[in-house]
Design a binder for this molecule. Structure first.
Ligand code: AP5
Length: 215
């Protein structure tokens, strides 16, 4: 099993890049945020616990996240190539992933560290709109849909995420800085991190990320 990790603050463009890479590579996209939002909508036990954390911008427990990832990995053959988006998010999660991969002879080949000015992230997140049915990501200014409120891909209704308001975004940025940013050094020490400038257009980010993967 081969794994690549998309690392970066809220709104850095992980989901947008993942959608593009998915079409151009053979990686399976796994977003822990998306999995949790499905659980919240379904009202499962995990969803009920996650809802409170997500709406306040805090992280869901490492135990829940590692269980979700283990179950997801086990659903696919051992030669699968995974692209993790938003996971790991703490050193404990990174250690847990290392142990899971050791058990199945898996390896992390690349960590793409998306770097964008934190000031640019707030307007990106507050203007994000997501398709209720297919999950496609738009932005009211940067990447507007052809028809307001309607997904270009399947005509689904676009909605604004509950955690995409300025107050929660500020909290998410703080959580990123204290709990997730330490992973940059963690993976830099392993020599597998690639810094990707993510402050330009989404197409520019794609080009640099693809070049890093082919490095
Ligand atoms: P999650 O869903 O992972 O949110 P996040 O990490 O905060 O990241 P986002 O999805 O907000 O941003 P993104 O980087 O994907 O940006 P996007 O491409 O959409 O997690 C949500 C919550 O779930 C967490 O707060 C936590 O509670 C919980 N959670 C999830 N995983 C967890 C874990 N492992 N451990 C514990 N808790 C966990 O782009 C954003 C906007 O910008 C879009 O509108 C897009 O169109 C636009 N945009 C993208 N790229 C560009 C560009 N280059 N230029 C201009 N606009 C752009």
């Amino acid at each position: 099993m081969e794994v690549i990790i998309l690392l970066g603050g809220p709104g850095a463009g992980k989901g947008t890049l993942a959608e593009s890479l998915k079409d151009q590579t053979s990686y399976i996209h796994v977003s822990t945020g998306d999995i949790l939002r499905v659980a919240v909508k379904a009202g499962t036990d995990v969803g009920l616990e996650a809802k409170v954390c997500m709406e306040s911008g805090k992280l869901v427990s490492d135990e829940i996240i590692l269980k979700i990832i283990k179950e997801r990995i086990e659903q696919e053959p051992t030669d699968t190539k995974f692209m993790f988006d938003g996971f790991p998010r703490t050193i404990q999660q990174a250690e847990g992933l290392r142990e899971l991969l050791e058990e199945i002879n898996g390896t992390i080949t690349h960590v793409l560290n998306l770097i964008a000015d934190p000031q640019a992230l707030i307007p990106r997140l507050c203007g994000r709109r997501t398709c209720k049915t297919c999950g496609a990501i738009f932005h009211v200014v940067n990447m507007p849909p052809k028809e307001e409120g309607v997904c270009d891909l399947d005509g689904g209704e676009l909605y604004q995420r509950a955690d995409d308001n300025e107050e929660t975004v500020m909290k998410r940025l703080e959580v990123y800085k204290t709990q997730t940013a330490p992973l940059i050094d963690f993976y830099r020490n392993l020599g597998i991190i690639h810094d990707i400038a993510a402050g330009g257009t989404a197409e520019q980010t794609d080009t640099v990320a693809l070049a890093a993967l082919n490095d």
